[in-house]
Design a binder for this molecule. Sequence first.
Ligand code: ZN
Length: 346
Amino acid sequence: MQAVQFTEHGDRDVIEYGEYPDPEPDRNEALVDVKAGALNHLDVFTRGGLPGVDLDMPHVPGSDAAGVVEAVGEDVTRVEPGDRVAVTAGRSCGECEFCRHGEHSLCESYHIIGEHVQGVHSEQAAVPAENLVPVPEGIDWETAAAAPLVFQTAWRMLVTRADLGPGESILVLGASGGVGHAAVQIAEYIGAEVYATASTDEKLEYARECGADHTVNYEETDFAAAMREATDGRGVDVVVDYVGPATWEDSIKCLAKGGRLVTCGATTGPKAETNINRVFWKQVDILGSTMASLGEVDDVLSLVWDGTFEPKIRETLPMSEAARAHEMLEEREGFGKVVVVPDSER
Ligand SMILES: [Zn+2]
């Protein structure tokens, strides 16, 4: 089969699309005929190499995909050949204390398809059956592939971790990214007052289409000052920050007293300074969040399938142009998700 792959970590030029051994499903896995995949910033980090993650090379990247089940291992009862499915990338053991409590993304051996093990940006993929979510007829493959990772991440952040309620206010930084645009939609669905930042007026227009009530162009304005003014000095109840050191201090400034800062990543680096005085005086919570439990995945994807939420597709490219897809993410071009489709499906 053909697969996106790289044999060493590095810049975008390490990415190739070519022949790769056909995957053989294990007894608990299904073989999926991949119709579409979607990129996440994680793919860029994985390509560059992550500390402590030692990959088998060549590595096939990709955490999001959707397609049709072609065959199943002998222990699989959850899906059968012909089923339309989407991949949810989090792998958990099912046996540790956290899994026993249904907290799969806290699993002691938690890992992510495409990041720690072979991914799904290929013509076929062998995926554990519990990582497959049924996709109803009528949902196009781009939507099915683009939704799982970012919508589950945003759902757990806002619903489970930050416990965002109707009438509360929320600031979503980087609203044009995959997680950001999902967070805006979920916040609007909850009934919150949604503030969003992005780098261009065009992206802000998309953010408004997703449900943002107020937008701030962070290239033109100091967003913390703009938020202070917009909220009459009060600040917001929740801030979503997956940017990291470039925004961290300002994110805490934007919080109202008793507010919650929730983070699921740090695209500008892992270390930021925190003014501790601000944390205790304002009595704010700093909340981490990663992926989601399988139940949360089912909850949020059912709201994608019924049309409540809609992943915006930035561009759909053949898998042979995966390097270009990485460039779009790294250069922050456009709004929403970049989809890749096997060249044979084009
Ligand atoms: Zn576990």
